[in-house]
Structure formats: structure tokens, C-alpha cells
Design a protein around this ligand. Structure first.
Ligand SMILES: NC(=O)c1ccc[n+]([C@@H]2O[C@H](COP(=O)([O-])OP(=O)(O)OC[C@H]3O[C@@H](n4cnc5c(N)ncnc54)[C@H](OP(=O)(O)O)[C@@H]3O)[C@@H](O)[C@H]2O)c1
Ligand SMILES: *[C@@H]1O[C@H](CO)[C@@H](O)[C@H](O)[C@H]1NC(C)=O
Ligand SMILES: *[C@@H]1O[C@H](CO)[C@@H](O)[C@H](O)[C@H]1NC(C)=O
Ligand SMILES: *[C@@H]1O[C@H](CO)[C@@H](O)[C@H](O)[C@H]1NC(C)=O
Ligand SMILES: *[C@@H]1O[C@H](CO)[C@@H](O)[C@H](O)[C@H]1NC(C)=O
Length: 386
């Protein structure tokens, strides 16, 4: 692959759940196709606080750039990039993982589409070798935010074309695709949308939506209060416990993203479902595996479990001083209320079909529990749990 050594990856949202994993993967893989990685973050982050592996002699160089805000004006954003990004003109592959949440879903869509548009205009203007743009959608784009869901699983990529318009107005992804299709027309760059369900992974400084981070603190706190070996009921209902889904470790998602970027002939202009395994999972299988990592015993939901019960986030808040006493930093999650209700509203099957991914010859299979355990190891290494 030495002919590819001029590749320069720009990772936007590099401190987030997916962005962190892509940088981690680009730095870890021994036969890298990239000579330079620029990791862009909004809130400040120091390289020594990032928990990425160190550069190696024959691996890519990394530049970490803080304080580039996609919600600033077009001009301000473009000037910020020009001022701060070294060799901006050589950027060839963009990995875009920024997302800003807003309580109002229509405003959220407008805001996020504007952020993506700003980046696309700037890069296509400033980087002559720009060839690939990879970003995440998710099962929200298949209607899972509507009670009971919209489609019957397994979910296949073509379903997005039949999403009801009133729902589509509340999700950024269809609008991203319209933007990218229009902007890439007649240009030499292409795009690919990765579609995961819940993403399991590590972030060095909090996340908008990390189920693994949220539950890591909950279970660690549970052990502090109830002791080794205690039972932990699943925070959800029986239907939630038994419903089928697919989980995606952030490492798998990162590897698929890099694969799609480097092999555009396989997935250009397409959405592709991504998961660790073709076999659907359920929490009745996963919860005991997750909880076991903490030396506790995961059991099914309590009899008569309801959404009125105390939530993981409330339990952690109530026992905050125990965490502080134990010297754990915790994981800051800004949408923790949504994660708290995970087991109560996701009560229907929503597993992904991996047919398209396998046809594109990405064939990695991994036990999804491994992704949870890897994330917990990293949270421990970072002192967020002990
Ligand atoms: N988490 C999941 O389980 C999951 C599942 C399916 C799909 N997805 C999708 O994946 C996408 C990314 O989500 P995530 O889970 O990775 O979120 P995340 O962990 O909260 O990361 C979001 C990233 O966006 C950055 N960002 C936010 N506002 C920005 C701005 N104005 N300028 C520049 N950067 C900004 C954040 O940086 P700062 O923190 O520094 O602002 C952060 O690095 C979303 O579309 C989400 O719907 C997530
Ligand atoms: C984490 O984020 C906060 C803002 O929320 C910031 O002040 C702090 O510097 C960040 N810490 C690290 C280690 O990046
Ligand atoms: C674009 O890529 C070619 C081929 O790898 C390389 O020779 C050239 O220097 C690159 N251009 C920029 C601006 O980096
Ligand atoms: C949506 O954004 C508009 C314009 O910024 C604002 O006036 C409106 O209050 C927002 N709506 C909600 C529900 O937040
Ligand atoms: C693109 O670059 C030209 C000059 O090279 C500049 O005038 C224009 O404002 C830029 N457009 C965008 C959208 O960045």
C-alpha cells in the first residue's frame, strides 16, 4: 500500500464516541494507508489525555486541533480551518462524526445539516485531493424513535426510502444524503453513511450518547453500595429485555468506516448497516455478560418493572459521594435521560441486516460482549471507574 502513503485523514468530532475510535484505529493499524491524521475537536483536549496510542516510526503522524466550531459562520469556520490545520490542502479522506443535539428535533436537523454543509463547502474548496466522506447515520433513521418503531426487522438499507415524511423531517440523515448527493455531483469525491444501532465504546471526555459509559458508572456504583456478587436487575421491562437488536462496537464501526473510505467502489453513495455480528442479540443474553465484568450478577427485570422506577442515572446521582470517595471520575453523559429509558421504550425487534456489508466483503464477526468489556477496560484505565 506504499503508493497510498500521501493520504491525509481529517477526523471531525474526534473526542466523540465514534471519532475517538477512528483515530485510535488509524493509529493502531500497522499497515496504515495514511501518512497524516488530523483530529479535530471542539472542546479542548490534550494529546496526553486522549488515550490514543503513541505515534510509531512507520505509522501516521497525528495533529490534534482544538477549538474548531462547526456552528460558527461559514467564513469563521473556513478561516479557523486554514489557521489551525497543517497541510489542509492535502486532506484526502474526511471522517465526520460531529453531532450537536437539540431538544427540538426539527431544529436539531437544521443545525446539523448546516454544520455538515459548512464542512463540505470548506473542504471541497480548500483540499484538492478530497476523495471520500464517511459519516454515521443510525437506526433513528429507520424510525426507532417512534413508539413501537416503523418497520419490521431485520432492517435493510432500502427501507429509508419509505420513511414517512413527517418522521423524516425530524432526523438529520435523509437531509445529509440529499446535501451530499447534490454537492458531490460531478465531483471526484464520494460519500458513505454508516448505520449502527447502539454504539459501544470509550470516550476520553464524556459523550452525548454512550450507553456503555452510562452503564459502566451505574454498575460500578452498584458494586460500591451492594458489594461483590450482588444481583442487578435489568433497568427495563421484560419486552425490552427480550427484544432483538444489533450492537456495534466503536472499533468495528471505525474499521468499516476506514474500509469504506479506502474502497469507494464498494459503498460509494450508499448507506451500509454495521454491527459486530450477523446474529441478533438481546439484553437477556448481554446483560448478564456486561454485569459479570464488574463482579456482579445480572438478572432480568424486576417483577412489575415500570418506567417510574429509579433509573440508573438517578441511582448514580443519589450515590455520587460514594464514587468521589472511591476516587472514580465518572463519565459525563449529556443525554443520560434518554439512555436511562433505553430498556423501557426499545421494546420491539430492531436488528440490522448485514447483507450489504457482507456483499461489500467486510466479513469481520465478533462477539458483541467483547466490545462492552473493551470499553469498560478503557474507562477503568482512564480512572472513570476503578
Ligand atoms: N452513540 C450511539 O450509540 C449512536 C448510535 C447510532 C448513531 N449515532 C450517531 O452518531 C453521530 C455521532 O454521535 P456520537 O454518539 O459519536 O456523539 P458524541 O459522542 O456526543 O460525539 C459528538 C462529537 O461532535 C462534536 N461536536 C459537537 N458539536 C460540535 C461543533 N459545534 N463543532 C465541532 N464539533 C462538535 C463533539 O465535540 P465536543 O464534545 O468537543 O463538542 C463530539 O466530539 C450522531 O449522528 C449520532 O446520532 C450514535
Ligand atoms: C473535558 O471537557 C471539559 C468541558 O466540558 C473541559 O473543560 C476539559 O478540559 C475537558 N477535559 C479533557 C481531559 O479533555
Ligand atoms: C495529491 O495527491 C498526489 C498523489 O498522491 C500528490 O502527489 C499531491 O502532492 C497531493 N496534493 C496535495 C495538495 O497534497
Ligand atoms: C427552533 O429554532 C427557532 C429559530 O432559531 C426558534 O425560534 C424556536 O424557538 C426553536 N424551537 C424550539 C422548539 O426550540
Ligand atoms: C471558496 O474559495 C474562494 C476563493 O478561493 C472564496 O472566494 C469562496 O468564498 C470560498 N467559498 C466557500 C464556500 O468557502
Amino acid at each position: 500500500m506504499s503508493s497510498d502513503h500521501k493520504n491525509h485523514a481529517l477526523v471531525i468530532g474526534a473526542s466523540g464516541l465514534i471519532g475517538w475510535a477512528v483515530v485510535n484505529e488509524l493509529l493502531s493499524s500497522s499497515s496504515s494507508s495514511f501518512s497524516h491524521i488530523t483530529a479535530l475537536v471542539n472542546r479542548p483536549l490534550k494529546l496526553e489525555d486522549s488515550f490514543w496510542p503513541a505515534e510509531t516510526a512507520d505509522g501516521p503522524r497525528i495533529s490534534l486541533v482544538s477549538g474548531v466550531d462547526l456552528s460558527s459562520s461559514d467564513e469563521e469556520f473556513e478561516n479557523g480551518l486554514k489557521d489551525k490545520v497543517l497541510n489542509l490542502e492535502s486532506v484526502s479522506h474526511v471522517f465526520y462524526f460531529a453531532f450537536k443535539s437539540d431538544l427540538d428535533p426539527i431544529n436539531e436537523t437544521t443545525l446539523n445539516v448546516a454544520m455538515m454543509r459548512r464542512l463540505i463547502l470548506a473542504i471541497s474548496n480548500l483540499s484538492s485531493n478530497f476523495t471520500s466522506f464517511v459519516y454515521p447515520g443510525g437506526t433513528r433513521g429507520y424510525g426507532i424513535y417512534r413508539p413501537g418503531g416503523i418497520f419490521t426487522a431485520p432492517l435493510t438499507e432500502d427501507l429509508v426510502d419509505t420513511l414517512p415524511p413527517d418522521y423524516a423531517a425530524t432526523v438529520a440523515y435523509p437531509h445529509y444524503r440529499a446535501l451530499l448527493t447534490a454537492e458531490s455531483k460531478g465531483k471526484k469525491w464520494t460519500w458513505c453513511e454508516l448505520c449502527p444501532d447502539a454504539i459501544i465504546g470509550f470516550t476520553p471526555n464524556g459523550s452525548g450518547f454512550s450507553l456503555a459509559g452510562h452503564w459502566a458508572v451505574y454498575l460500578y456504583c452498584w458494586k460500591l453500595i451492594y458489594g461483590e456478587g450482588a444481583e442487578v436487575p435489568y433497568p427495563g421491562t421484560k419486552q425490552g429485555y427480550e427484544s432483538l437488536y444489533s450492537e456495534t462496537s466503536s472499533g468495528t464501526l471505525a474499521r468499516v468506516g476506514i474500509y469504506a473510505a479506502l474502497n469507494p467502489e464498494k459503498l460509494a453513495g450508499k448507506i451500509v448497516n454495521v454491527a459486530d455480528s450477523v446474529t441478533p442479540g438481546s439484553m437477556s443474553e448481554r446483560w448478564p455478560q456486561i454485569v459479570k465484568w464488574f463482579g456482579l450478577k445480572g438478572v432480568g427485570p424486576k417483577e412489575g418493572a415500570s418506567v417510574e422506577d429509579q433509573k440508573p442515572g438517578e441511582f448514580v446521582k443519589e450515590n455520587k459521594e460514594k464514587l468521589v470517595e472511591a476516587g472514580a471520575k465518572g463519565v459525563e453523559i449529556w443525554n443520560s435521560e434518554q439512555l436511562d429509558s433505553y430498556g423501557y421504550w426499545l421494546t420491539f425487534d430492531r436488528q440490522l441486516s448485514l447483507k450489504r456489508l457482507r456483499e461489500a466483503r467486510f466479513e469481520e464477526e465478533k462477539g458483541p460482549q467483547e466490545g462492552w468489556w473493551e470499553a469498560f477496560e478503557m474507562f477503568k484505565k482512564a480512572g472513570m471507574i476503578q
